[in-house]
Design a protein around this ligand. Structure first.
Ligand code: CP
Length: 324
């Protein structure tokens, strides 16, 4: 049985296969008829215990473009609010015949638990678990970087060797940062994290990346700069940085963007706090790939569902697989 729980489970070949398959899927999106019959008769359940705009919608679009049946489950308005457990929710989905469960959960480790519980038979895809990982976000980010920094056709089969990627902001609470650090390292990129000291996780020295506290010094040496949202909902109010002070030291504005090399791009996984980590001028500039990242997310999620449910080649390394 195959799952996608963590970007850290992917080998270089796994990751490149997913990126290349996503390029094939993007070609389908360019056609007048955007649908493939590949997953006809299969059922994909979107199981969302936490809010989402981009991830939920793009998994739904991806599954529908592959002709799968899609069931959208949101914890809000479900029997979860009456105290129903993850196990009983999972058993209910299993009874409905789910071939894949895409899960977002506020608890780090919930997708791993689901994949290894025996409660469900289908593939499990992590759509973001607590502060742990968000592997399809890292894949769509890598896809966007490969297209922008290597090239759309030239990129096929390629990784991101030697590219310098800077990730800025609330690293402590960011599953996006953690997944990106692992995947970008696997793809050969050099990653630098920039954050206030209070928003750097304990143990970061064991991550395969550098850490800096000086954004202005790092910007001229970056091929891509990924800005992260300060996740107030995961913080004690006493630790909220003030907006003005945060923006002054760690926010990306037009003056700072001008320090980046001409070819370098600005990225943001969304949702953005305009005025905090990024100014509206930068967010709306041609150099910002935020909207492109969302579009690329559909191609990546099509590739992941295709490779887990319908493809012939293994998409996920043996480490990511679990046996019953
Ligand atoms: N980037 C991301 O995961 O966005 P959503 O929370 O809207 O899904």
């Amino acid at each position: 049985k195959r799952h996608l729980i963590s970007a850290a489970d992917l080998s270089r070949d796994d990751a490149v296969l997913i990126l290349d398959t996503a390029e094939e899927m993007a070609r389908v999106a360019d056609r007048p008829i955007k649908k493939l019959p590949t997953l006809r008769g299969r059922t994909v359940v979107n199981l969302f215990f936490e809010d989402s705009t981009r991830t939920r919608i793009s998994f739904e679009a991806a599954a529908k473009r592959l002709s799968a049946d899609v069931i959208n489950f949101s914890a809000k308005g479900s029997s979860v609010s009456k105290g129903e457990s993850l196990k009983d929710t999972a058993l209910t989905l299993e009874a409905m015949g789910a071939d894949a469960v895409v899960i977002r959960h506020h608890a780090s480790g919930a997708p791993y638990r689901l994949a290894n519980s025996g409660w469900i038979d289908g593939a499990v895809v992590n759509a973001g678990d607590g502060t742990h990982e968000h592997p399809t976000q890292a894949l769509l980010d890598a896809f966007t970087m490969r297209r922008r920094l290597v090239g759309r056709d030239a990129g096929l089969g390629a990784d991101l060797a030697g590219r310098r990627i800077t990730v800025v902001g609330d690293i402590l609470h960011s599953r996006v940062a953690r997944s990106n650090v692992h995947l970008l390292h696997t793809l050969g990129a050099q990653v630098t994290l920039v954050a206030p000291p209070t928003l750097v996780p304990i143990g970061v020295e064991r991550w395969p990346c550098e850490v800096s506290y000086d954004l202005d010094a790092v910007l001229p040496k970056s091929d891509a700069v990924m800005m992260l949202r300060v996740q107030r909902e995961r913080m004690n109010a006493a630790f909220f940085p003030t907006e003005r002070e945060y923006a002054r030291r760690y926010g990306l504005n037009a003056d700072r963007m001008a320090r980046m090399p001409e070819h370098a791009v600005v990225m943001h996984p969304g949702p953005m706090n305009r005025g905090m980590e990024i100014t509206a001028e930068v967010a709306d500039s041609d150099r910002c790939t935020a909207v492109e990242q969302v579009a690329n997310g559909v191609s990546i999620r099509m590739a992941v569902l295709y490779l887990l449910l319908g493809g012939a080649e293994p998409a996920v390394s043996p480490a990511a697989r679990t046996e019953e």
